[in-house]
Write a protein that binds this ligand. Structure first.
Ligand code: ZN
Length: 326
């Protein structure tokens, strides 16, 4: 079995499309790498934010439903989505976010004993989605593994977000979720308080840290704006995906392969309630527009093209503002 190296993307729910676009491009400095529609609900946008190349492991996506009510954080969901930044960039981000009027909390150092520890900033996006910027010593200077700093942003390249660090799930009990992660080739490497850390057996890919926070008394979450809809793990191609599908099917019910244009996907719900996806690295976001202009035009799948004008009429117009001209 070809190992899973980390996250491919995280998909969440937003309300106002323009507010979502502005926050992720102008405040966090990510690049809009694809503006498309929800294939299952074409009257809704699907925004993809990431690094300049739309690399797997950097992609945060949103379904913005105007007027959507906020979700409630709780057990059975991903409560925090974490990005990697260099350790020395934490003061920069704390100041930048504060100046942008974002409520940011310097949560402090996590897993201090391992690898110099992680310095964590916690913040919320306009819909209350909980994000973390994790500064860690293994990311220094401008070296950014498999990452291309967004050239459309005014965030200095040395401070730019390097893609995902990982996610945190909240569960009343970790056992069955842990067993699923282990089936997927992850292993528990650290424990601090009620936080368990799982990583793939090998590699240094982006988005490799999957944490479970255990709280037996917490209420269950309710999905809405600001909630993570699902998390997707990477697999290189269609063949490796089918191998994994056969393995997963021995343990959990899993969908057939869905063509998402930019990757191919299978979905399965882990026993703790979080929807997992496995997405292929291929064909990628440059399949229907050049890298230079990723995200600028509305892209829709070929089977929806005959309905393009009707779809465009239903979507709220949005403006992509670039801080720096590429
Ligand atoms: Zn997905």
């Amino acid at each position: 079995m070809t190992p899973i190296v980390g996250l491919h993307h995280v998909t969440a729910i937003a309300s106002d499309p323009q507010g979502n676009l502005d926050f992720y491009t102008e405040v966090l400095g990510l690049r809009l790498v694809k503006k498309t529609v929800n294939f299952d609900d074409p009257g809704t946008y699907h925004f993809y934010f990431g690094d300049d190349a739309g690399s797997p492991g950097t992609i945060l996506t949103f379904f913005p439903w105007p007027g959507a009510t906020r979700g409630v954080r709780g057990a059975g969901e991903v409560t925090h989505t974490a990005f990697s930044v260099p350790l020395a960039s934490i003061p920069y981000w704390e100041q930048r976010l504060t100046e942008a009027g974002v409520l940011v909390e310097h949560t402090g150092v996590r897993f201090a004993s391992s690898n110099g520890g992680e310095d964590v900033l916690t913040l919320a996006d306009p819909d209350g989605m909980k994000l973390e910027l994790v500064g860690h010593a293994s990311l220094t200077g401008t070296a950014a593994p498999a990452s291309h700093a967004p050239c459309t942003s005014d965030v200095p390249v040395e401070h730019s977000i390097r893609g995902f660090f990982g996610v945190t799930m909240l569960h009343r009990d970790a056992a069955q979720t842990a067993a699923t992660l282990e089936m997927m080739g992850f292993r528990k490497v650290a424990e601090e308080g009620n936080r368990l850390r799982f990583v793939p057996a090998d590699g240094e890919a982006l988005g490799r840290n999957i944490d479970i926070v255990v709280d037996p008394n917490v209420g269950y979450g309710r999905s809405g704006a600001g909630s993570v809809h699902h998390i997707a793990f990477r697999t290189p191609n269609d063949d490796t995906q089918l191998e994994w599908r056969a393995e997963i099917e021995k343990h959990l019910s899993v969908t057939t392969v869905q063509d998402r244009d930019y990757f191919h996907s299978i979905y399965f719900r882990e026993p703790g309630g979080v929807l997992f996806e496995m997405a292929t690295d291929t064909p990628g976001f440059a399949i229907d527009e050049p890298i230079e202009t990723l995200g600028e035009a509305l892209r829709i799948p070929a089977w929806l093209e005959p309905q393009r004008s009707r779809i465009e009429q239903r979507l709220q117009p949005v403006t992509l503002r670039k801080a720096v001209t590429a």
